[in-house]
Design a protein around this ligand. Structure first.
Ligand code: ZN
Ligand code: ZN
Length: 167
């Protein structure tokens, strides 16, 4: 198991380097353009929420709210903006069992999956998309139209297994 995953982990920090994410950059100018394209009003809180998620992939809503509190943003404003950004597919919400929902940028064409460490609860990205796709059931009739796959793998990360401290 471990050997299989090692080759596909994008990094061991649980944080994707934003430079690796194609197409979307965090500059406000870019966000303004993208927001308008998606039909969302450009507001300062919205830009701030986007910038936080861009810098902290797999962040939960509470954490975003804590980071923006000093800038005078209420929890409700943060939550409302996260919902709005998810609704226009700018953010992706991932919902691991027994954990708060996590947010990351939605990058077109990238529907990577996640590994979560049962012990430290850090989330890692994995590129297992094609393998997983191949296992998606082909519905035999038109009752169900599959338009996405969201897979969570559970395990224990190397730091937790070896007792290493992580950041
Ligand atoms: Zn761990
Ligand atoms: Zn991710």
């Amino acid at each position: 198991m471990d050997r299989t995953f090692r080759g596909v982990l994008r990094g061991n920090s649980g944080v994707v380097d934003t430079e690796e994410q194609p197409a979307i950059v965090s500059a406000d100018e870019q966000w303004r353009r993208v927001l308008r394209e998606r039909g969302l009003r450009v507001t300062r809180p919205r830009l701030r929420v986007l910038n936080v998620v861009a810098r902290h992939p797999h962040v939960d809503a509470g954490h975003v709210a804590r980071m923006l509190k000093s800038q005078g943003m209420s929890r409700q404003t943060v939550y409302g903006n996260l919902d709005a950004l998810v609704s226009v597919d700018l953010l992706r919400r991932i919902e691991p069992a027994n954990s708060p929902a996590l947010y990351e940028l939605r990058v077109d064409g990238d529907d990577h999956h996640h590994l979560m460490c049962r012990e430290c609860r850090r989330v890692f990205d994995t590129d297992l998309t094609t393998d997983v796709r191949r296992r998606v059931p082909e519905p035999e009739d038109d009752d169900f139209d599959i338009d996405g796959v969201d897979v969570f793998f559970w395990g224990v990360c190397r730091d937790c297994r070896t007792g290493n401290q992580h950041v």
